[in-house]
Design a protein around this ligand. Structure first.
Ligand code: DAT
Ligand code: MG
Length: 159
């Protein structure tokens, strides 16, 4: 594994899907130089929602969050690249779109905390990545391939 191989879980939420933002969001990660290794258009059921957002169970917004995330299809993805988790979080902006800088996904595409368009694994939560990738994807659904552009994205890319 090179240091360009960090994988992170990302998902366009039901509001982003309904608003036609899948392409815009995928495009941002593609043009940044990250490599897509998995993608799935799917509906999250109640059980998966509880598991995915387990850390928030008991908080006042939890039931609303589960209702929202199960309310329509999502577009789940795994992106790979150097420092991918932290870079994706930076590109996403803050949890509340109202606090997010222009240029970030939430800062450009959202206005409301409860409808903040995108999920990305928490870079401050060690293991969140692997846990969420495992929760949403089977190993066989993750594609092992070489992104030819990587040699232009990274100065020291060796393949
Ligand atoms: P993030 O999605 O930035 O990782 P989080 O993990 O703290 O944020 O919360 C998960 C989601 O729950 C978040 O995207 C939107 C919703 N949420 C968080 N805090 C909330 C609050 N105080 N009121 C309503 N919804 C909230
Ligand atoms: Mg989070």
């Amino acid at each position: 594994m090179s240091h360009h191989d960090e994988r992170t879980f990302v998902m366009v939420k039901p509001d982003g899907v309904q608003r036609g933002l899948i392409g815009e969001i995928v495009s941002r990660f593609e043009t940044r130089g990250l490599k897509l290794v998995g993608a799935k258009f799917m509906r999250i059921d109640e059980e998966l929602a509880h598991e995915h957002y387990g850390e928030h169970e008991g908080k006042p917004f939890f039931e609303g969050l589960v209702e929202f995330i199960t309310s329509g299809p999502v577009f789940a993805m795994v992106w790979e690249g150097a420092d991918a988790t932290r870079q994706v979080r930076t590109m996403m902006g803050e949890t509340d779109p109202a606090d997010s800088a222009p240029g970030t996904i939430r800062g450009d595409l959202g206005l409301d905390l409860g409808h903040n368009v995108i999920h990305g694994s928490d870079h401050e939560d060690e293991g969140a990545n692997e846990r969420e990738i495992d929760l949403f994807f089977d190993d066989a659904e993750l594609v092992d391939w070489d992104l030819d552009a990587a040699e232009w994205v990274y100065e020291d890319e060796d393949h």
